[in-house]
Design a binder for this molecule. Structure first.
Ligand code: ADP
Length: 477
């Protein structure tokens, strides 16, 4: 594979033909080279996005809906190619990759339909000689920076509402997974957007990030990634007063109360923990189980977790490799620390290389019992396939432990009691709550967090507001 930048409606090599290599995380063998943008390439992309914005902002929602519908159809038509590339560069099982393409496409469809519903207000005036209008206008050219765990969905979830709102975009995907984005931009190219409406930049994150952050013409940055980089971008944004959306790390609790349906709780744990090998910001990171049912829950969970197969995402497996050695080391550190401090490893617990001493890094599905609050895994995001089980005695205690984190992205609770479900979902300090389900993300709902998990929302009627700004017009007649 060989990927190029996409600027002003054309695929092009980077200045001086600079490139970087991309590896398959399962074999660690090189799968291709991707263009590495220079400062001048980035400036060209900003110029293009700015020039195109001057006309794209005047398009109407019906015209933008046509473009997005075409893009949606192309995504559906090419889902297998997109998914195969994703598995190759990210490692996730092919069926999951297909799921991600469909999920991403569902946002394009939703925002094709939302583009025609942007509306302002006509306010009742104090004096009858006045007319008071409120318009919603696109905010301007937008920079989109996303991580490797969902190589397509993370940026499409931002790009679709931005384009629906009338903004032009510059997308900067992660260096580990640029090829899915390149394939997607081939579809963007065919969908018929005017030159400069959509740009793709790949390469050095700090270099690209700096050009986007420093340029006053970029009016908004939407970022998904680590809290550390999110904070850095928030401090840089002050210089040009850009609007920011930040979708950062999580540390999701999953609470199983004594009145839970254990089948649902086990399924919810599998759904929220093992997808993408646990490399998901809304993945369950702590399982809190009432002491009276912990044995029954653990027994049922182990039966299911034992069935999960780890391996090459192109084969029939449930989990692929860990993205890289640093990710693998973090998981190992969390598990080793828990065991050293007294947790019991009931399953898994030792990672391995794909080819004994070489190849990619794999971590088996792992279940730890007897986890306590001072262990690393109870305090940091693991980003791996590990279920740490912590017991509690009362509802108050469970909620206190669940909220005892700087993060606030997603939380899950399992109970058959309506009052308890209501109480607990209101008490949890999180942006998203799943009750009796481990799957909550969907195009019509607001995705996002509170506290150190960031701000801004993606999805639904809420998501498009991030790319619109108000203009008030007072008219004397
Ligand atoms: P992760 O740990 O999930 O890789 P990061 O926050 O490091 O998360 O990366 C998320 C995205 O942010 C990636 O596209 C990465 O290239 C980009 N990125 C990393 N550092 C910076 C930076 N200083 N400025 C702008 N983007 C950055």
């Amino acid at each position: 594979m060989n990927g190029r930048l996409y600027i002003k409606g054309e695929f092009k090599d980077a200045q001086f033909n600079r490139k970087f290599t991309v590896n398959n995380p399962y074999t660690l063998s090189e799968i291709g080279e991707q263009a590495s943008a220079s400062v001048s390439d980035c400036e060209e992309a900003v110029d293009a996005a700015y020039d195109a914005f001057c006309s794209y902002k005047k398009s109407n929602g019906y015209e933008r809906a046509v473009l997005l519908r075409r893009l949606h159809a192309l995504m559906v038509e090419h889902e297998s190619e997109l998914a195969a590339i994703m598995t190759e560069e990210q490692g996730k099982p092919y069926t999951e990759a297909i799921g991600e393409v469909r999920y991403a496409a569902s946002y394009v469809q939703w925002y094709a339909e939302e583009a025609i519903r942007i509306k302002g207000d006509l306010l009742e005036p104090t004096h009858s000689s006045m007319r008071l209008k409120v318009l919603k206008e696109p905010i301007g050219p937008v920079g989109i920076i996303t991580p490797w765990n969902f190589p397509l969905a993370m940026f499409v979830r931002k790009m679709a509402p931005a384009l629906a709102a009338g903004c032009t975009v510059i997308v900067k995907p992660a260096e580990q997974t640029p090829f899915t984005a390149v394939k997607f931009f081939e579809l963007v190219d065919r969908a018929g957007f005017d030159k400069g409406v959509c740009q793709l930049l790949t390469g050095d994150a700090v270099l690209i990030g700096k050009v986007l952050m420093d340029d006053e013409r970029i009016r908004k940055i939407s970022f998904t990634g680590s809290t550390e980089v999110g904070k850095l971008l928030a401090s840089q944004a002050g210089k040009t007063l850009k609007k920011l959306s930040l979708e950062l790390g999580g540390h999701a609790p999953l609470i199983v109360f004594e009145d839970a349906d254990l089948e649902k709780a086990v399924q919810g744990t599998l759904d929220s923990k093992f997808r993408n090998c646990g490399q998901v910001c809304i993945a369950t990171n702590r399982v809190l189980v009432h002491e009276s049912i912990v044995e029954a829950y653990t027994e049922k969970l182990l039966v299911k977790v034992r069935e999960l197969k780890v391996g090459n995402g192109h084969e029939a497996v449930d989990m692929g490799p860990i993205i890289d050695e640093a990710g693998f080391d973090k998981i190992s550190r969390h598990v080793d620390d828990a065991v050293n401090r007294g947790a019991t490893c009931l399953l898994g617990g030792k990672g391995f290389r794909q080819d004994v001493t070489e190849g990619g890094f794999l971590y088996p599905p792992t279940v730890l019992a007897g986890v306590t609050g001072e262990m690393l895994i109870a305090n940091e995001e693991t980003f791996g396939p590990v279920v740490p089980i912590i017991t509690f005695k009362t509802e108050e205690e469970a909620v206190r432990i669940a909220n005892d984190t700087p993060y606030g992205l997603s939380a899950y609770a399992f109970t058959e009691g309506l009052s308890r479900a209501t109480r607990v979902s209101e008490a949890l300090e999180y942006g998203m709550i799943g009750i009796n389900t481990g799957r909550i993300s969907t195009a019509q709902a607001p995705f996002g967090g509170v506290k150190m998990s960031g701000y801004g929302r993606e999805g639904g009627t809420y998501g498009i507001e991030e790319y619109l700004q108000l203009k008030y017009i007072g008219i004397g007649i």
